[in-house]
Design a protein around this ligand. Sequence first.
Ligand code: SF4
Length: 696
Amino acid sequence: MSAAEYPRHGFSTCPHDCPSTCALEVELLDEASIGRVRGARENDYTAGVICAKVARYAERIHHPERLGRPLRRIGPKGQGRDAFVETSWDEALDEVSAAFAGAMQRHGSQTLWPYHYAGTMGLVQRDSIELFRHLLGTSRQHSTFCITLADAGWIAGTGAKRGSDPRDMAHSDLIVLWGCNPVYTQVNVMHFVARAKRERGAKLVVVDPYRTATADKADLHLMLQPGSDGALACAVMHQLFADDRVDRDYLERYTDAPAQLEAHLLSRTPAWAAEITGLDETRIIEFARLYGDRPRSFLRLGYGFTRSGNGAANMHAVSCLPALTGAWRHRGGGALYANADLYGIDQTLIKGLDVLDPDTRVLDQSRIGDVLCGNPRDLQGGPPVDALLVQNTNPVAVAPETRKVLAGLNRDDLFVCVHEQFMTETAAMADIVLPATMFLEHDDFYQAGGHTHLQVTRGLVRPYAECRSNHQVLAAIATRLGYSHPGFELDARALIDDALRRSGLPGEAELARARWRDCSQGFEGNNYLDGFATPDRRFHFRPDWRRVGNDVENMPQLPDHVSPQNPRDAGHPFRLVAAPARQFLNTSFTETRSSRLAEGRPQLLLSPLDADTLGIADGDLVRIGNRLADILLPVKLFEGLPATVVVVESIWPNHAFIEGLGINALVSAEPGIPNGGAVYHDTAIWIRPEPEDQHA
Ligand code: SF4
């Protein structure tokens, strides 16, 4: 590319862990620099709209603190960049390979745990670590940070992780945003809400334990107790039956046990649910009637309300609603949680499914603290984890039970390699840190959770300094250790091509040119009018929970309220919700100045009523805690909260908190049921005013 061809525009896809997976137009200033990023106007989901943090991506990709060269730690763990010296790629990879080989010689290959998550959602750069695991026979990973509880609850009823086309929200008469805050976390949804309101006079209902920026725009905000969503859904269903606002023909043709459900719900009255949810009974009835009167009602279900020990039961209960009213029959009706099962991408080569040994152990990523600290329950009779390779995630800030995570990473006999873009708190614990490319610097392809487009993208700018992609690094380490596999011999572009062709789709070049492919199954397919994806093609009010998990003893037979895992007790009278902040995406963007400035500082949102009871004023410092830890942070009085519910928007790094310990120190690593899953919003705490003289 000659200099004369700049500036120009290139096309890409947002790789971040966000259902919107926006199609992007990127201003290219030269072969290594970008300017403004915009949403692609031609994409009918993105429709030219993206969030502010990605619009100013130049700040992140050209950040002065971005890692550019391999680093070896020579100082104390946790100190940061000053504890490292630069080294060459050859020396770094030799050291990593030698450490991995030594650990594997001592304990076998399962002592190595390649650990990843969703720092990029690209199917090559995120998932090729699976090939590395399978090829080397290392410990595998149960990925439980985000989707596990929600997946189990949704799939229990529908049989597949897909749903109504979100563009159909424009045809809705009622949109219910349940447990999500799209103004912060998937801005495009609000575009379709606005259209439905403008063009059809649609109503918006938001179900959320606090008055989010999205709830601010609602016609009805149901501000319920965290973890009580199953009770609300049951009471709405009770009222729908009581008012005869159910579609009995649909129930007969498309569902498994409508008569048992009706009988079961007789006792799940709005009064019963009012006790559990903290909502006024009349508000529950108002919502049920809004829902029952509008067949074109669209449920957009988020992850928030599932991040609780009872989250799968809650998701299943809520997902029953459109099957009662037959909303699935109507354009603009139905429900969407996520669309991962829409695309059918064959990732055999990318993930090395041909070399997978199903007997290798699977370790729970949310329990990394217990794993590294050698909890026998987590090690499952296998060797200790003496070697860790981390890509795409920052468990020191993200994983539950921070103190245990830090204790594990502090082990002198643990070798840690982190492949990262910035000196995160996890990278600061590593022995070797390798610099990683960002999405505009490598090839990848993306399937959207929140819409129906598959997107193929090519790198647009030269990788910064000596940065290498995830796939390149994994291939290099595997090769040094003497392993070979076609998935590590091909480059990313060839792997994309292979996966697309195996899946019966056009190849990489054609889709890269087209920019995206709409994989919608059409209205009938998306709305399961040709049958649900269960064995009997019916929606299951009475699910076989064993199809989605093993820990089924306490799962309800029919939709119901299940107690949260960590309810209030006398010593812990408050419930804590650790919700996402607008300007961060997990811990991504916590490094950019504009995001940090906009967010200010970590603070506890507390209702004025609770503040009065505790004798606390706006801006006061309080200590909040439970059996796991206690942390110190300032209070912000906030009216939009039920009494005894508090919120900390994050994920701020630990070091942003006054005493260097962040919010996830208070979150239990005990898995939800029936298939595990982190319980980020299922936490009981105490709150104590902090005497001023302690922090003068
Ligand atoms: S809204 Fe989500 S997908 Fe779109 S640009 Fe922002 S983070 Fe990326």
